[in-house]
Design a protein around this ligand. Sequence first.
Ligand SMILES: Nc1ncnc2c1ncn2[C@@H]1O[C@H](COP(=O)(O)OP(=O)(O)OP(=O)(O)O)[C@@H](O)[C@H]1O
Length: 263
Amino acid sequence: MTEGTTAGQVAVRVQGLWKRFGEQVAVAGVDLELPAGRFVGLVGPNGAGKTTTLSMVTGLLRPDHGSVEVVGHDVWRDPAQVKARIGVLPEGLRLFERLSGRELLAYTGRLRGLPGAEVDKRATQLLDVLDLAGAQHKLVVDYSTGMRKKIALASALLHNPEVLFLDEPFEGVDPVSAQTIRGVLERYTASGATVVFSSHVMELVESLCDWVAVMAAGRIRAHGTLAEVRGTERSLQQAFLELVGANGRDTGSDLDWLGGGAR
Ligand SMILES: Nc1ncnc2c1ncn2[C@@H]1O[C@H](COP(=O)(O)OP(=O)(O)OP(=O)(O)O)[C@@H](O)[C@H]1O
């Protein structure tokens, strides 16, 4: 871990962030300060703008307006500084399919400027911990969904970033692999690093995160510690449904043809 990620500090500062795709406003003025050293969950319904926000925060998509600072560096003015300090597991993983898992890590390590021996050491440990040692010489194209997530996570962690951004890291991952990923992330945050991840799975967010931002229709509806966001509701799921206005939504009385009766 390098400078800057101790408790009380801000890992990510987002100000006035906007993004429009044609007529569709995906992100409509997001202001957010994510505390360092926390496990931060960005939650919201489909189409809320989570991926678009994370893409802009990690320098993958240029905002229409607004600024983003990660560990004190402006993402768009100082991209090299920021990219050296972050790890990203993006949505729709695009990996080098014709490399083996081991080769992918070796390549990533060299791109990150790490010495070869250090890359070897870290790769061996990550492959071991993530239970990929047996598949390290298999081509990535032949990996399962969960294995792809794990090798992508290993690539994102290899340079020991200060902040790790994960878009839906547990999607398509079986419970055993999820537990493994979870263990690695818990160890990582315990050392003072920050994890920011997006998810729709409230139980998961509730059990992993200590800080949450709820997003809907391109805006932040609530943010703060888990207890603050949950408020008086009995679960984060309930608080979330209240915040995004989904409680009491008609669950399909028009679908009277569905199930039973005539076909
Ligand atoms: N490249 C794009 N072109 C056009 N519209 C887009 C594009 N990317 C996102 N959008 C739109 O922006 C809105 C926000 O999308 P985004 O993917 O950020 O939401 P999300 O919260 O990540 O959703 P999900 O949980 O379903 O992945 C949606 O209405 C989506 O259709």
